[in-house]
Structures are given as C-alpha cells and as structure tokens.
Design a protein around this ligand. Structure first.
Ligand SMILES: NC(=O)C1=CN([C@@H]2O[C@H](COP(=O)(O)OP(=O)(O)OC[C@H]3O[C@@H](n4cnc5c(N)ncnc54)[C@H](O)[C@@H]3O)[C@@H](O)[C@H]2O)C=CC1
Ligand SMILES: Nc1nc(O)c(N)c(N[C@@H]2O[C@H](COP(=O)(O)O)[C@@H](O)[C@H]2O)n1
Length: 232
C-alpha cells in the first residue's frame, strides 16, 4: 500500500457529538478508555489532528504513561509518535502545546496557498509538508507520510478531518468510544461533519467488536468501502 494503515479513534456522546456547540472539549472517556487511547498512541508511528482541534482544545497529543514512553525509547523510538496537524492556511499558534510538550517530530501539513511568513516561523518548530492548492491534499499527504516510514497513522479528529479522511477513502478502521452523555445541539461537531455522502456514496462498515468499558461502549469497525461498489 502506498499509504500507512490509517485508523480514526474518537470519543463521542450517546448522541454522536464530539464536543459541545461552543466546541468545548468534553471528557467523554473514563479512566480506562483514556488508558486504551494512550496505548494506541504509544503503538502508532504518528498521530494526526485537524487545525480545528488544535484551536479548540490545544492538545499536546503526547503519550502520557511513563512506562509506555520508556518502552518506545527502549525500542529505539522517540517517546512520542510524530505529531501531525492538518492546517491548510498555516494557522497553528506558535505557542501551541504540541510544540511545548514532549519530545519528537512535529509535522504541519499546509496547502500551497498558506502564507509564506507564517510557514517560515512554523519551520523553526516543525517539518512542513505542502500539498494541495487551497486545501491540504490528504491522499498526497498520506503517500508522503509513508515515504518517511510512517506505517501506522492514528487520526484523532476532529469532525471535519474525519470527514476528509473517510470521504477520500483513506481510513482502514474506525474506533468510536460511545460515552454515557447527551450533548445535543445541531452545531455541535459530530463524529463526521463535512459535506456528507449522498445515498449512492454511503460508506459501509463491518463491525469488528463491541466492548463495554466502564459506562460506555467501544465499537471497532473496519471500513469496507462505498456501499454501491462492494462486490460481495
Ligand atoms: N471527542 C473526541 O474524540 C474529539 C473531539 N474533537 C472536537 O472536534 C472539534 C474540532 O473539529 P473541527 O472543528 O471539525 O476541526 P478539525 O480538527 O476536524 O479540523 C478541521 C480543519 O482541518 C483542515 N483541513 C485541511 N485540509 C483538510 C482536508 N482536506 N479535509 C478536511 N479538513 C482539512 C481545515 O482547515 C479544517 O478547517 C473540537 O470541538 C474538538 O473538541 C476533536 C478531536 C477528538
Ligand atoms: N479519546 C478521547 N476521549 C475524550 O473524552 C476526549 N475528550 C478526547 N479528546 C481528544 O484528546 C485530545 C487531547 O489530547 P491531550 O490530552 O492534550 O494529549 C483532544 O484534542 C481530542 O483530540 N479523546
């Protein structure tokens, strides 16, 4: 495959929301689910989020457990996976937590229309990958990541990037932790926002597993492909 194995991991409320209508981060996962996410991070070569998530949450995307960090180091890796922001217009703040916390390579994926001055300042903090005219070309980005030995890529949202990756056919598996909350609000981000599929374009999934974790449910799905194109 000319791209990494790619999976999305997200936590959503029982009504499918990723955060509130004010785009405020909500603790949907409990302790055990955060442990599971930390293990996924520790096993991944890279973690990717959209700029919307950086502006809303200011995540560090680091591996939290000292044992997992040490295990990565013992395996000759950096203590954190490569941290990637998909940021067409190079809006990533220079004081973002992703730069301040933890060691390891950061990548900002920008489009060819991103302002040169901002790219120059970001270059001091991250490797810049340019693809696409106005918007990052996610397929080209995935191919470039594979070329730099990123074989497993974890996507941690948000709603728009999830749509971009799924609609480009770039996702192999989807892991959703469904927590015991109702968030509501028609403008609150859902697991997948973006333009949405028509009936003819729907993506079909195969359920790999369903596991109760504390007060929520972890669903693991394999992406089979466009419903109309699957030959069974
Ligand atoms: N509960 C959870 O597991 C998570 C929740 N969130 C929540 O999601 C919200 C952020 O989601 P969004 O605002 O949708 O932002 P997002 O994180 O999906 O970033 C979207 C941005 O990515 C950029 N982008 C560049 N090229 C793109 C392409 N080809 N396709 C798609 N996007 C591209 C665009 O600038 C776009 O505005 C926040 O409220 C955050 O708290 C985010 C991550 C995980
Ligand atoms: N798995 C999961 N469960 C939740 O309940 C969440 N709110 C999130 N949010 C994601 O985690 C990021 C924060 O990462 P750091 O703790 O800063 O490393 C946040 O930006 C969301 O992507 N995830």
């Amino acid at each position: 495959m000319d791209r990494p194995f790619i999976f999305i991991n997200s936590a959503m409320s029982a009504d499918g929301k990723l955060s509130t209508k004010e785009r405020k981060q909500v603790k949907i996962s409990g302790k055990l689910d955060f442990e599971r996410v930390d293990e996924l991070r520790a096993q991944a070569d890279a973690i990717m989020v959209g700029i919307g998530t950086v502006l809303a949450d200011d995540p560090s995307l680091t591996v939290k457990s000292p044992e997992r960090k040490n295990a990565r180091k013992a395996a000759g890796k950096s203590e954190n996976p490569v941290r990637i922001i998909v940021d067409s217009a190079a809006r990533t703040p220079l004081d973002a937590d992703i730069f301040k916390k933890g060691e390891g390579l950061r990548i900002i994926a920008v489009s060819n229309s991103a302002p040169a001055e901002k790219i120059k300042s970001l270059e001091e903090k991250a490797l810049i990958i340019k693809t696409g005219d106005l918007k990052v070309d996610l397929k080209e980005l995935a191919a470039k990541l594979k070329q730099i030995d990123i074989d497993t890529l974890m996507v941690e949202g948000g709603a728009t990037l999830n749509w971009g990756m799924l609609s480009a056919g770039l996702v192999d598996e989807v892991y959703t932790f469904v927590g015991n909350l109702i968030i509501g609000g028609k403008t609150a981000p859902t697991f997948t926002d973006g333009e949405g599929f028509t009936e003819a374009e729907l993506l079909e999934l195969e359920l790999l597993s369903a596991e109760k974790i504390e007060e929520g449910m972890l669903l693991k799905w394999k992406v089979k492909g466009k419903k109309n194109e699957i030959i069974s």
